[in-house]
Ligand binder design. Structure first.
Ligand code: HEC
Length: 112
């Protein structure tokens, strides 16, 4: 192999190497899927709220800090919004506390 051909080969190999390093989009997390399959029904895909509140402005509404504990409590039902006739279902009995936590982290990640 001549020097220039070797150079071209190396450049190609490096190019492929770099292309291979570009990680594909991460697979959807469980929270992501639950959000799409469940929460989305009321909160809509962009989470900006159709018949339910906008879930991308929870931080803004809380003075710029994501209200982690309050959100977890709303999702798992500890926060007694149901007592006020809230149509928001309680998920605590259906989801593990890990999943409620992941959903909370997911919501924190989609704040505007
Ligand atoms: C049946 C419709 C419905 C579904 C499904 C639903 N929600 Fe809600 N959600 C509501 C409604 C209505 C409210 C507003 C009343 C209230 O606060 O309870 C609400 C409120 C909330 C709030 C509080 C918003 C705020 O402004 O404080 C959070 C957080 C939330 N939902 C998260 C979720 C998550 C996460 C899921 C999926 C596991 C989900 N919701 C599924 C109807 C729904």
């Amino acid at each position: 192999m001549s020097l220039s051909r070797r150079g071209a080969f190396l450049a190609l190999a490096i190019g492929f190497g770099l292309a291979a390093c570009q990680a594909p989009a991460p697979p959807p997390t469980e929270a992501d899927q639950v959000y799409r399959n469940t929460c989305l029904l009321c909160h809509t895909g962009s989470a900006t709220g159709a018949m339910a509140p906008d879930l991308t402005t929870l931080s803004v509404a809380n003075g710029g800090t994501f209200p982690t504990d309050a959100v977890s409590a709303i999702i798992d039902g500890r926060r007694g919004v149901r007592a006020h006739g809230s149509p928001m279902p309680v998920w605590g009995a259906r989801y593990s506390s890990d999943l409620v936590h992941e959903l909370t982290v997911y919501l924190a990640s989609i704040q505007r």
